[in-house]
Design a protein around this ligand. Sequence first.
Ligand code: S3P
Length: 738
Amino acid sequence: MNINRLLIIGLGLIGGSVALALKQAGSCQRVLGYDIKPDEVEAGLALGVIDEGSADTSVLPELVRAADIILIAVPVVRIQQVFAQIKPHVSAHTLITDVGSCKSSVYDAACAVWEVYPANLVLGHPIAGSEKSGVRAAKADLFDRHKVILTPVDANPRTAIEQITELWAACGAQVLCMQVKRHDEVLARTSHLPHLLAFSLVDTLARQDTSLDIFRYAAGGFRDFTRIAASDPQMWHDIFLANRDATLEALDEFTQGVAQLRTAVAQADSTALLSVFTRAKSAREHFSKILDHTAYSPMDTQNIRFQVTPGGQVTGNIRVPGDKSISHRSIMLGALAEGCTKISGFLEGEDSLATLQAFRDMGVSIDGPYAGQVTIQGVGLHGLKAPASALYLGNSGTSMRLLAGLLAAQTFDTELTGDTSLSKRPMGRVADPLRLMGAHIDTNEGGRPPLKIRGGQTLTGMDYVLPMASAQVKSCLLLAGLYAQGQTRVTEPAPTRDHTERMLQGFGYQVTREGASAQVEGGGCLSACEIDIPADISSATFFMVAACIAPGSDITLEHVGINPTRIGVINILKLMGADLELLNQKSVGGEPVADIRVRYAPLHGIDIPEDQVPLAIDEFPALFIAAACAQGTTRLRGAEELRVKESDRIQVMADGLTTLGIECQVYADGIDILGGHLQGGEVASHEDHRIAMSFTVAALRAQGQITIHDCANVATSFPGFVELARRAGIQVQAQTQA
Ligand code: S3P
């Protein structure tokens, strides 16, 4: 970026800091300044912030004509006047931008002055500042790594938006774009409301007789909360008047929250207090992680690429994170139980955290997770409260499908939403049978999310034969059955994971299991218990396959859940010739666990028995890598369900394997893979965690480096995968994707 002449109108902290930052970056030849206060102009010149300037209105037209870019940094209430002053002198080639804290009023001001919104005006707002004001407080690094929100409109050409983006990038800022109205709604909540509260609290306390004492003894909390009450009163006065509607909305929401807390304190309502405080604490912690760039969810802003160096072997003893399916269920049943449930080994992955957050949003007090420990104060089957807004479930199909069953029976309405991938997944498979039970659920076209669930419906038990082998659908209906009149019986075409049935029994709820059917009777209750979650066999799979394909490997995976409905991967690998043994077998809280030792042994292709498909449903991407390294052909059929997982796992794996030089033939319900030599190459994970991890493992046997794109979603099921994989011997590096 090279600006010939930049004119800054309004030489305050922000205007002055832009000038200093651009000068320091060498991005501007000459800075012109205009301010109605001669003192600010003189200070700007003396400090070298501007190269020439004036406080004389008659000089302004000349400055405007000389500028390539005009940055208006005056208080929002004065912007319209400045627009009117510059309008007669500004050419269509001169770019104009501003730094106002509210955008609707500036947008309206521009329309009022120009009649038609000018194409060369790109509005912006740097989210940076300090309680100090004036050009003397200006700092070259004020915007360094801060966000700047631009609110471009249709009238703005792309080049204009790009140039203003470059201006802020040269100041070290990260630029985001938002719509005008959305900007004002967001800022009302994140900036304007906190300022109002700080002003109000300090003012209220200062008016009390004992104020002197209060201030003398005020400790950290008061200091932290009220720092911004020292901000410029005039500026904030202007902002509240300019962003009146959005601020009032935010203030009303807040007032309601405070009123609820007041009632909770007055009535000594521990559940209500703890539920608000734990929810706020976890939200604040999540926010801190975002600020430190260590949030579980970097997917929104940046993605990650895995770069894996070929070769190596896996060795040692490792424990992979907790079982995802059991983690989801432990939160659900713990929340609905009577009493306090303590969980250990909880999976701190995006998906199970989405379930946890959903229950916090419905008023359940949940402490943790701290190193896998979670404590839930159960509210009973009828104690959930209406969430304030839609429940966002990220990437997690299990959360959405199981919650649909529970929520169909509540007295309040709910809406379930998810990320782009989840929004494409079929939910008719749960909505249809729930409707047969009396639920009222609206979906998008084709039964896709969001699910809008109407509360206050009476559910009636039913006898339902699942059209597909799905533990999620089975669990959804059993959970709805807890609330239904009479019995709910679900029969499955093939055995699927039975964690819901086992855990319900662990919570003291009777489940009758006969052959392929499981049955519950509505109207019972759940009693809190302790849950020790074993390591997830689906996550352990990546290391099992790694050891099977990499000569010299010898790895032991500790404390892995080996529920018979989950061990398809062990059965299939053994059929392919794997050297795999189960050690230290025991039962933990109703779930069998073992240490799994796997040593390298050459594999051969097999026809995968169809009855193993539901028992290994999440493990196929990794098993396809085993097949690619095996001698001969591996054939899979009866696995059409793989096409509706986080990605179309048949096609996406086939595409990646083909790129790596492996021959495969795709079928509607399966694939044939001819074992061969894996080449290096670049593959797409389609933001599917299991695809990303499978191709990472493939590099152990590849002849060149493998690069896998869009891997941030690995955090949904396996936080810490890269570190653990490296410890075991896989040479993988995670890099931030541009
Ligand atoms: C799960 C069931 C399976 C599995 C998913 C978790 C569960 O889905 O793929 O990762 O926890 O019930 P389906 O029920 O759709 O097969």
